[in-house]
Design a protein around this ligand. Structure first.
Ligand code: PDD
Length: 282
């Protein structure tokens, strides 16, 4: 496939960066994953807003405005076959030979993009959706989870906990027993007519799928929508649990720690809401 690196489109297999890149040495960078189905991106604007926020938090300046990002993303999609892609964007602080921890002056950021295949989203074939199995664990990541940092070791180790147990992701809770998010996605819980998700703070990533879903649900005004604390015990007793992310859209969770969620099938509310998401996601 074709990638983008520091101003040029290149074959992915030929893209090269310095081993002194601070993204490699320190995880000093931010990233985005933007879904694109048949050439159409989903949530481009909020994805770019989150990228800009992350860059500002890290004091990395690229000189790129949203129009430049959009052109480059469109260019990348045009250079690759039509399909369902996750557009991966990474900006790291750049290469610096001193390996001084603090931000070095006069380095130029490394800007890298490539596309990776993502599955057909649940909204395009809700009948054949594969429900997810998840395990739970205490959230042992850092206190800046709102930044979409490339320092993902905490997330990677939590995801591996699920894989080791034959699961698809790990549902994380804080030391009070309240849910934060999955290791690679946000969480929603349904009880009766109430759809809940943890409120945004420094313990969770402000997911774009989460944002778009909340917007749609509030406009539709059919369910009660709550952003607030959800205990793990509440999740165990819930009718439905959903996982949201750019690569998995809104996916039903059917097992938590080996036990059925609700009746162990994709729920009624999910079936209703996934149709809404499919109509409105672009
Ligand atoms: N993951 N929380 C975490 C920790 C995530 O890594 C992600 C996304 C989300 C969902 O955010 P969004 O809806 O904007 O994709 C929540 C991406 C897809 C990844 O790392 O591959």
């Amino acid at each position: 496939s074709v990638a983008f690196l520091n101003g040029e489109f290149v074959k992915l297999s030929e893209a090269r960066i310095s081993p002194l890149d601070r993204g490699f040495l320190f995880g000093d960078g931010v990233y985005e994953v933007i879904p694109a189905y048949a050439g159409k991106t989903v949530g481009l604007r909020p994805h770019l807003a989150r990228l800009n926020n992350g860059l500002a938090a890290l004091e990395i300046t690229t000189g790129w405005d949203d129009a430049h990002w959009q052109q480059t993303i469109d260019g990348l999609l045009a250079q690759n076959p039509v399909g369902n892609w996750g557009v991966y964007i990474q900006v790291s602080r750049g290469a610096d030979v001193t390996r001084f921890h603090a931000y070095p002056k006069d380095v130029s950021p490394t800007i890298f993009m490539f596309v990776f295949p993502i599955a057909t989203p649940p909204s395009e074939s809700p009948q054949t959706v594969k429900g997810l199995k998840v395990v739970s664990a205490e959230d042992l990541r850092w206190q800046r989870c709102h930044i979409k940092s490339t320092s993902l070791l905490g997330n990677v180790m939590h995801f591996q906990q699920a894989v080791t147990q034959g699961g698809n992701d790990t549902l994380l809770y804080d030391n009070q027993g309240n849910l934060t998010e999955f290791s690679s996605a946000n969480v929603f819980v349904v009880q009766g007519n109430v759809i809940s998700t943890p409120a945004l703070d420094n313990h969770i990533l402000p997911g774009i799928t989460r944002l778009m879903l909340l917007d749609m649900l509030r406009k539709q005004n059919k369910y009660q929508v709550v952003e607030g604390a959800i205990g793990l015990q509440q999740a165990r007793a819930a009718d439905e649990i959903w996982l949201t992310s750019s690569s998995k859209e809104v996916s039903p969770v059917l097992k938590l720690d080996g036990r059925n969620v609700g009746d162990g099938l994709p729920g009624k509310v999910w079936q209703d809401v996934i149709a809404l998401y499919g109509q409105q996601k672009y």
